[in-house]
Design a protein around this ligand. Structure first.
Ligand code: MG
Length: 132
């Protein structure tokens, strides 16, 4: 592919918050393979700490069910932070949690992905949000 051998920096920085080590591993592997820089945290409190910092994030992926604070609580706080108010947020949740979906969209989620997710589809959604 043309240009594929050119050296490139990270294509963006992504915060991933999920309490399941397996999901974090899948997401980190997937995103790093696509040249994103990833910060992965295992609970809602750590996600809030990262978001309150000045560290820039181009997109945030939040699991709903996490200790510390739920992904929806984190989303609500994030949308009230001046420096994060426009950051795209993708909510990850378990199958059948339709109430979560409604709440997530009301709180300003950019997208919503049901677990188990197709890595390819998730990546496509992230790409759409980052490079519309
Ligand atoms: Mg969880």
């Amino acid at each position: 592919m043309a240009g594929s051998s050119l050296p490139e920096g990270p294509r963006g920085r992504i915060l991933v918050a999920d309490d399941e080590p397996h999901i974090r591993r899948v997401l980190v592997t997937l995103l790093e393979a696509s040249a994103y820089e990833v910060d992965a945290v295992c609970d809602g409190s750590a996600a809030i700490d990262r978001l309150r910092s000045e560290r820039p994030y181009d997109i945030v992926l939040l699991d709903v069910m996490m200790p510390g604070a739920t992904g929806l609580e984190v989303l609500g706080l994030l949308r009230r932070m001046d420096h994060r108010s426009d950051t795209p947020v993708v909510i990850l949740t378990a199958k059948g949690q339709d109430a979560d979906r409604t709440t997530a969209l009301e709180l300003g989620a950019s997208d919503f992905v049901t677990k188990p997710f197709s890595p390819k589809k998730l990546l496509a959604r992230i790409e759409e949000l980052l490079h519309p």
